[in-house]
Design a protein around this ligand. Sequence first.
Ligand SMILES: Cc1cc2nc3c(=O)[nH]c(=O)nc-3n(C[C@H](O)[C@H](O)[C@H](O)COP(=O)(O)OP(=O)(O)OC[C@H]3O[C@@H](n4cnc5c(N)ncnc54)[C@H](O)[C@@H]3O)c2cc1C
Length: 433
Amino acid sequence: MNPIGLVLISTTTLFPAYQLAMLPNVEDQIALFSQYLGLAALVLMAWGQVLSTRLPGVETIFGGLDRVYVLHKWAGILAMAAVLLHDTIDAEMDGLGRETALNELAETLGELSLYGLLILVVISVATFIPYHLWKWTHKAMGGLFAAGTFHFIFILKPFSMNDPAGLYTAGFCAIGLASYLWMLLPDGVRPSRAYDIEKLERTGGALAISMQPKGKGLKPTPGQFGIFRFVGATKPEPHPFSFSNIGADGSIRVTIKALGDFTTDLGNRVAIGQRVEIQGPFGRFRRAGDRSQIWIAGGIGITPFLTWARALSVDARPVDLFFCVRSRGDAPHLQELEEVVQAKPNLRLHLFASEEGSRLTADLVAELSDKDMSQAQVSFCGPVSFRQALQPGLRRHGVSPRSFHFEEFEFRTGIGLKRLAAWVSDQRRRTGI
Ligand SMILES: Cc1cc2nc3c(=O)[nH]c(=O)nc-3n(C[C@H](O)[C@H](O)[C@H](O)COP(=O)(O)OP(=O)(O)OC[C@H]3O[C@@H](n4cnc5c(N)ncnc54)[C@H](O)[C@@H]3O)c2cc1C
C-alpha cells in the first residue's frame, strides 16, 4: 500500500476538525465534536466511492488495486463508526434558528443513512454472501451517501455552506457522488479493450484462455491483472484475472480455476472467436529489485509468476520458485514452466504436491533456497490461509514484513472475524476456560 494514499485520506479526514475549531463563538464543544464526526464520515464515504472507480490515477496514489479495495473497505468501516458516534453524541446546538420542513427532512435522511450504512457495512464484511447479491447491496451504499449529503446540506449547523467547512465537505460530497455515478454506468460503457478468444486449453484443472486484441490492446507488465467481461456468458459481471502470458504480438492469456459459480460455468460458456472486454491493466505485483528472490505460488496463484519467469533475465540473481499444488495433475502450466526453467539457469523450481506427502513450510523454504533469508525478497500468491501459515515461520527466519510481498487474490475480504474466533477458541482450549 502506498503510504502517500494513507496520509492523504487521514489528513483530508482530519482537516474539518481544524475548520470547525476556527469557528468563532461556539461554546458547546461536545456538539461541535459530533458535527466534526459527521463531516469526517462524509469525507471517508467520498474516499470510499473514489477508491472504487478503478480510474488510472487511483493506483498511482494508493498502490495496487487489490490494496485499494482493502482501503475502500476500511474507509467504509471508519465512516460507519463516525456516523454512529455522530448520532450518539448530541450534535444539536442552541441558537441555530427555527427548524423548517426541509431541515426535518434532512434529519430523517440522516437517520436513514445511519441505519442503512450500519446494515450495509455488516453485509459488506460478511464474506459468505454470494458475490452477485453482495454487489447489489454494495451499490446501494452510494444511495445512502447521497442521503447523507442531503442531510449535511440542509440540516441546521453552526456554519454556512459558504464557510470553508461547508465548501470543503460539499466538494468531497460532489467528488464522491460523481464517482458513484461513474460506477453506476453499465460495464460496457467504461473504458475497456476488446479481444477475441483464439485458443482454449485445459491445464492442471484450470482453463487457459488465449486472446488476440481487436484493434489496440492493453500493455500489461508481468504480474498484472485485468478485469474481464466475457460477452455472452450467463453472468456478464466482470471478474479479475492475472495475465498468465503476455505475448510479444499483443496476445494475452488468462488461466482460470473453477472456484465458484461463474468460474465453474465459464468452461461451458466460452468459445473460440467470442468477444471479451478487458479493463486494466491493474496491479503493482512486481518483481522486487535486485536482491535474491524467493517466489511462492499456491495452486492457481502461479499465474503472475508465469509472466515473471518468462521475463526473468538470465543475468538476474538466482530465484527459487516454490509451486505448491495438491498433485502434479493439479499444477496449471507445469510443462510450460519446466521449459522456462530449462532455459533459465538462474531459476529453480521446487514442486510440492500435498497428496504426495510433501508440504511446504517456512523451514523448507529456508533450507531449499539456501539463501540468507534476512536479505531475500519473498513474493507470494495463493490462498490467504496458506500465506498466514507461512508468514510467521518466514519472519523467524529473518524475512521482515517489508521483504514479504503478496498479491490479494480476493478483492472482498472480511475484517478478520474468523481469525478472531479461531484465536478465542484456541485461547479457551489452552486455558480450559
Ligand atoms: C487481483 C486478482 C487476480 C486474480 N487472478 C486469478 C487468476 O489468474 N486465476 C484465477 O483462477 N483466479 C484469479 N483470481 C480469483 C478470481 O477472480 C475469482 O476466483 C473469481 O472472480 C471467482 O468468481 P466466482 O463467481 O466463480 O466465484 P464465487 O464463489 O462467486 O466467488 C468467490 C470469491 O471471488 C470473489 N468474486 C466473485 N466474483 C467477483 C467479481 N466479479 N469481481 C471480483 N471478485 C469476485 C468474491 O470475493 C468471492 O468471495 C484473481 C483475483 C484477484 C482479486
